[in-house]
Design a protein around this ligand. Structure first.
Ligand SMILES: *[C@@H]1O[C@H](CO)[C@@H](O)[C@H](O)[C@H]1NC(C)=O
Length: 241
């Protein structure tokens, strides 16, 4: 029930909703298609309602226990799906003489999944710590979650929640699924989590040089292509001890 677990649940359930929605719009599933609510623009709008419904049935299927872990997983699954709905945007295409917009086709489209990844990573960074409360109900004991700190803003349905501290990911630990940070590439100039100080957990780092081939001296030719040369550049690569 850690912050990392919250992220994994959110991005996995978002991924299911995204993939189902995409394959419906592409016509590769027989029981679904475009969102008919968008017919007025003529394009195939992606039916995110259907995709999130499938994700809800699929990803939440095992999360029906009355315990805190289930409550947390259901919340984070839903936050992941909501992120897809919130990032739907209108795409349009013009049809007409030399790109004039005499006829325009528009449709609702899902975001690039990378956008969802970055957004949920921000939600991971700002996730809310909760505590477990037990209530006696007619069906027996039920656990719910309450914000641990009441001077912080309470989490909304879009925020991720967790209630256990993360294990130390510095050393390998099969029990927590940690690979440790040995051999991870780190950034010597960064003071953030990707910096060698923090990422290597004080063990220090090794440095090696690496030659990389890159495109360079690119020239644009009229009309229309680009030609480049290949240059070899030398980089320092730092990895954790
Ligand atoms: C390393 O960190 C610095 C400072 O945060 C940043 O400007 C730079 O882009 C980073 N380099 C790489 C390769 O990520």
């Amino acid at each position: 029930a850690t912050r990392e677990s919250a992220f994994v649940h959110a991005i996995a359930s978002a991924g299911v909703a995204f993939a189902v929605t995409r394959s419906c719009a592409e016509g590769s599933a027989t029981i679904c298609g475009c969102d008919t609510g968008g017919w007025k623009w003529g394009g195939c709008s992606e039916d995110v309602e259907f995709g999130t419904m499938v994700s809800r049935e699929f990803a939440d299927a095992r999360e029906n226990r009355p315990d805190a872990r289930s409550a947390m997983n259901r919340h984070n699954n839903e936050a992941g799906r909501t992120s897809i709905i919130d990032h739907m945007h209108l795409k349009c295409k013009c049809h007409g003489l030399s790109g004039s917009c005499e006829v325009k086709t528009c449709w609702w489209s899902q975001p690039d999944f990378r956008v969802i990844g970055d957004y949920l990573k921000d939600k991971y960074d700002s996730a809310s710590e909760m505590v477990v409360e037990k209530h006696r109900e007619s069906r027996g004991w039920v656990e719910t979650l309450r914000p641990k700190y009441n001077f912080f803003k309470a989490p909304t349905e879009r925020d991720l929640v967790y209630y256990e501290n993360s294990p130390n990911f510095c050393e390998p630990n099969p029990e927590t699924g940690s690979f440790g940070t040995r051999d991870r590439i780190c950034n010597v100039t960064s003071h953030g989590i990707d910096g060698c100080d923090l990422l290597c957990c004080g063990r220090g780092h090794n440095t090696r040089t690496e030659k990389r081939k890159e495109k360079c001296h690119c020239i644009f030719h009229w009309c229309c292509y680009v030609s480049c040369q290949e240059c070899v550049r030398i980089y320092d690569v730092h990895t954790c001890k």
